[in-house]
Ligand binder design. Structure first.
Ligand SMILES: O=P(O)(O)OC[C@H]1O[C@H](OP(=O)(O)OP(=O)(O)O)[C@H](O)[C@@H]1O
Ligand SMILES: Nc1ncnc2[nH]cnc12
Length: 182
């Protein structure tokens, strides 16, 4: 098994460390947090793939947050919504659903603050994340949007990992392979 994977996103390349995540599987770890150059570049590129008309970007804590912020700025949307991975005492009437992701074996919930729920109700939203893999995080976000009667008009990510690269219901910039564990 190679130790790193050379990821190319447009004009940028990054060497991603290959990390075992189970007895059978390893991932090329893509941590966008802290990579301002790639975040800005990806936001510019993803902006061209968004529907012309939407009200809010919605992202998932945590690695999607800087991307959604930059994409909001590029598309002149002054507010976006973050779905959290834990419930905080400052939330009012939060809604939550179970979420599973390829990187997380422990049970988790995805949480929407009630104030954000009111803001999204009846609006057109685009779900944005750094990477879509099993689709578990995306599915949980969709479930929350359905709960608040928000219409999902786009689903975008920088990378589609494994079988997600064959999905026709998402827009992304590059595929990312999964690796058998050595
Ligand atoms: O399609 P899936 O299998 O759900 O995988 C994709 C999700 O996994 C990663 O988040 P992670 O759970 O690692 O949390 P983090 O962003 O807080 O690190 C990534 O940011 C996506 O949200
Ligand atoms: N390859 C990857 N790196 C980091 N987080 C991920 N979440 C899903 N796939 C991932």
């Amino acid at each position: 098994m190679p130790q790193t994977y050379a990821l190319t996103v447009g004009k940028l390349t990054r060497q991603l460390p290959i990390i075992p995540i189970s007895d059978e599987l390893a991932i090329a770890s893509f941590v966008l947090l802290g990579d301002a150059e790639l975040t800005d570049y990806a936001a510019q590129a993803l902006a061209t793939k968004l529907p012309a008309d939407f009200d809010y970007l919605v992202t998932m804590e945590s690695k999607g947050i800087p991307l959604a912020q930059e994409l909001s700025r590029v598309t002149n949307h002054s507010q976006f919504v973050v779905l959290r991975k834990s419930q905080k005492d400052y939330m009012r009437s939060p809604l939550s659903v179970p979420v599973s992701a390829i990187t997380t074996s422990a049970p988790q919930r995805l949480v929407l603050d009630g104030d954000d729920a009111q803001r999204l109700a009846g609006h057109r939203v685009v779900i944005v994340d750094d990477v879509i893999s099993s689709g578990g995080s995306l599915e949980a976000a969709q479930a929350l949007m359905a709960k608040v009667n928000a219409q999902v008009v786009g689903q975008v990510a920088v990378l589609a990992e494994g079988a997600a690269a064959f999905r026709t219901d998402i827009q992304f910039l590059a595929p990312l392979p999964l690796f058998p564990r050595a």
